[in-house]
Design a protein around this ligand. Structure first.
Ligand code: ATP
Ligand code: MN
Length: 472
């Protein structure tokens, strides 16, 4: 078999799908999604390499040397290398197809054993084959949209002069107040050294000479850099050892935390709103095929919802106003509403889905339910916190203006049973050239969930970590 292909370089299927490729001799590679053999002596192979949602149709004529021996045995899941010409496709729904001059089977997949058959692949089942699920339409689309979101996040901050700061994953601050932590140790768990007198665990003998954990947030460290470089952001993994088996919680998730010096709560809300709009409009613009799929097959409202958000202003209201609205709503909530409660998911969803039908920013929360570092308001009862709530997901961003007054911060720490001495470096930031500053945290997976309409957070991260779940 003689090939007239000049290009030795593989091009992505995405490129072969473009009309501009018509007439070109190309090499493409990928995995078989389906194969159909016609009586007229052709096989039609849908080939996908993950570069785009759509597969390309490869037409393999029976004249090929290995037609009977190999091509007719290359079923779903097999990997192929094709040399051929991109031609206009007579079929509907695709501009191009590839007329194969040669089809090389790189690896067969036994169709009787291959776990990803066309039908019967629920998301629950796919979680048990985390090594193969990225080959499905849904998980390929999730991976590409997640990638686009990350790209847009960096673009947003980089184009505004924010410096990307890497905060540590192993941290020595024991209680940042954001949730339970995973311990990091090299102790032999069968023989943990203890102090002689008190019988307490002797962490001085541990690897770091002190107790260490996996981080729950990079915020405090980001504040260090913000009080030197003005505008910074972190983007990294964070860990929560909470036993929450919900569709919105993971034990390991990625968080983006901008921190801005010389910025108050209004500025913080402005950045949060512009940031979300930038992410959503980037995905709508750059992932049209993937988004059409989510809109057709996962949630028929995602495109409409994202478009509306990009075009409208978020509704901002204080916690106190939110409580009044909830009290007057006439809804029967599972958790009763009264001033001082932490808003539950049902309350958040009422505000954003029913009352305002758009993203909502709630600010000035009671001090008792928020972290020590949030700036105390003049009323002495509330702090300059803000949460951005979106339909279905609820809280997607949590942020605040930070307490920059040394004396007030110390008092708040003591109130919250924290030892100011352990936070000596955090307090130094207020001791030496303190400035008003603010920031927020966006959960990456909640964002991917919201954008794609995927119901379970375990399906928007490649390898989910959750209670009793750490396979793959
Ligand atoms: P929630 O009340 O939903 O548990 P939180 O108040 O614990 O959230 P923060 O500590 O403010 O959340 O974290 C900042 C952001 O990180 C949240 O707005 C959310 O988007 C995300 N997030 C928090 N916990 C998780 C988790 N367990 N899994 C995935 N994302 C999370
Ligand atoms: Mn939480």
């Amino acid at each position: 078999m003689t090939s007239t292909v000049k290009t030795t370089d593989r091009i992505p299927v995405k490129e072969a799908l473009c009309e501009e490729s018509i007439g070109k001799k190309v090499k493409i590679c990928g995995w078989v999604r389906t194969r159909r053999d016609s009586k007229a002596g052709f096989s039609f192979i849908e080939l996908n390499d993950g570069s785009s949602f759509n597969s390309i149709q490869v037409v393999a004529p029976k004249e090929l040397d290995n037609y009977e021996s190999e091509i007719l045995n290359a079923g779903i899941g097999s990997s192929l290398e094709i040399l051929g010409e991109v031609v206009e496709s007579p079929g509907k729904g695709q501009a191009t197809e590839v007329k194969a001059d040669s089809v090389k089977v790189l690896g067969f997949a036994d169709p009787k054993e291959y776990p990803l058959q066309k039908k019967g692949t629920s998301f629950e089942f796919l979680r048990t084959i985390g090594h193969l699920r990225p080959r499905t339409n849904t998980f390929g689309a999730v991976a590409r949209v997640r990638n686009e979101i990350c790209r847009a996040i960096h673009e947003f901050f980089q184009s505004r002069g924010f410096v990307y700061v890497h905060t540590p994953i192993i941290t020595g601050s024991d209680c940042e107040g954001a949730g339970q932590m995973f311990k990091v140790t090299t102790f032999d768990l069968d023989d943990v050294p203890r102090k002689e007198k008190s019988n307490e665990i002797d962490f001085e003998q541990d690897f770091f000479g002190r107790q260490t954990n996996l981080t729950v947030s990079g915020q405090l460290e980001a504040e260090i850099y913000a009080t030197a470089l003005s505008n910074v952001y972190t983007f990294g993994p964070t860990f929560r050892a909470e036993n929450s088996n919900t569709s919105r919680h993971l034990s390991e998730f990625w968080m983006i935390e901008p921190e801005m010096a010389f910025c108050d709560l209004e500025g913080d809300m402005d950045v949060a709103e512009a940031f979300l709009k930038h992410i959503f409009s980037s995905v709508l613009k750059n992932c049209p095929d993937d988004m059409n799929f989510f809109n057709q097959r996962i949630d028929k409202t995602v495109i409409e919802t994202l478009t509306a958000i990009v075009e409208s202003d978020f509704h901002r209201l204080s916690y106190t106003e939110a409580i009044e609205i909830l009290e007057k709503s006439g809804e029967s909530f599972e958790f009763p509403v009264k001033w001082g409660i932490d808003l539950q998911s049902e309350h958040e969803r009422y505000l954003t889905e029913k009352k305002f039908k758009k993203p909502v920013i709630v600010y000035d929360y009671p001090r008792e339910i928020k972290a020590f570092y949030m700036r105390l308001n003049e009323d002495g009862k509330t702090v300059r916190a803000m949460d951005v709530l979106v339909p279905k997901v609820g809280e997607i961003i949590g942020g605040s203006q930070r307490e920059e007054r040394l004396d007030v911060l110390k008092e708040r720490m003591i109130d919250c049973d924290l030892n100011p001495e352990e936070y000596w470096w955090y307090l130094d930031l207020r001791r030496y050239g303190t400035v008003p500053h603010a920031g927020f945290g966006l959960g990456l997976e909640r964002t991917v969930q919201f954008v794609t309409g995927m119901a379970n957070i375990r399906d928007v991260i490649p390898f989910p970590r959750a209670p009793k779940t750490a396979d793959f």
